[in-house]
Design a protein around this ligand. Structure first.
Ligand SMILES: C[S@@+](CC[C@H](N)C(=O)[O-])C[C@H]1O[C@@H](n2cnc3c(N)ncnc32)[C@H](O)[C@@H]1O
Length: 219
């Protein structure tokens, strides 16, 4: 019996260790496959990158965390908005994205992007005075969203904000319609944010199929 249970534990451990990164998130895939989708011209045209970043109202010198930065599509625009005295922590869980983000920074002519390899339950940011955590098209991929936002909140300072752009789970143009575990709603995100100590302070009407919302840390 004792032999059986240690055998089961060993197999379970092996499965966890050998799980591909894409299996540790919802709807995940390897970075190189994902890059093709994320970088498609049709997707990029619809993202309104500069408009989104401009509406966040970043100030020079601020510290921004681009959580789940992917290939870094938003990181360069965020880096320009905070200027040379500010910093963008471009955080990813998949190391395959890190060189892609670094290439984007070089191509975009910015040197204030610092890449961060985080964990699935904790972004492991190197600083605890983050002004803005930015989640674009990310929260619906995260397992354990409430706990993840609570973990992220520990890296944010007083007066900080979390900005979320994500799909209305009920919208007919939301992706992953056949995977209910990937569909989230704004009321759910608002409740998870409340657990993390953040309340909704701004909502922008920029997209039909996505919400674009700012949450501010409660005093
Ligand atoms: C659809 S992509 C969006 C990438 C980028 N934000 C964009 O809009 O182009 C979702 C990203 O979330 C990342 N991700 C998944 N689980 C995560 C987690 N627990 N913490 C941080 N990022 C995560 C994935 O690696 C992936 O790059």
């Amino acid at each position: 019996m004792r032999y059986m249970s240690s055998w089961i534990l060993a197999v379970a451990g092996l499965l966890v260790v050998s799980s591909p990164l894409s299996a540790l998130q919802l709807g995940g895939r390897p970075a190189e496959d994902w890059a093709i989708v994320l970088e498609s011209g049709r997707r990029i045209d619809g993202l309104e990158i500069d408009e989104v970043v401009s509406r966040i109202g970043l100030r020079p010198g601020e510290l921004v965390a681009d959580i789940g930065a992917g290939t870094g599509i938003f990181s360069v625009s965020l880096a320009r908005a905070v200027g040379p005295t500010g910093t963008v922590l471009a955080m990813e869980v998949d190391p395959g994205f890190i060189p892609m983000i670094e290439q984007k920074a070089v191509a975009g002519g910015v040197d204030n992007i610092q890449t961060v390899l985080g964990e699935f339950q904790d972004p492991k940011l190197p600083r605890r005075d983050v002004d803005v955590a930015f989640f674009h098209d990310v929260i619906h991929h995260i397992q354990g969203r409430r706990a993840y936002l609570e973990a992220t909140a520990r890296y944010l300072g007083p007066g900080s904000r979390m900005v979320v752009v994500d799909y209305h789970g009920g919208h007919p143009r939301a992706p992953h319609r056949d995977q209910p575990e990937l569909l989230i709603t704004l009321p759910q995100v608002t409740a998870w944010m409340a657990s993390a100590g953040f309340e909704m302070t701004q909502e922008f009407d920029l997209f039909e199929e996505k919400f674009f919302v700012v949450f501010t840390k409660r005093d």
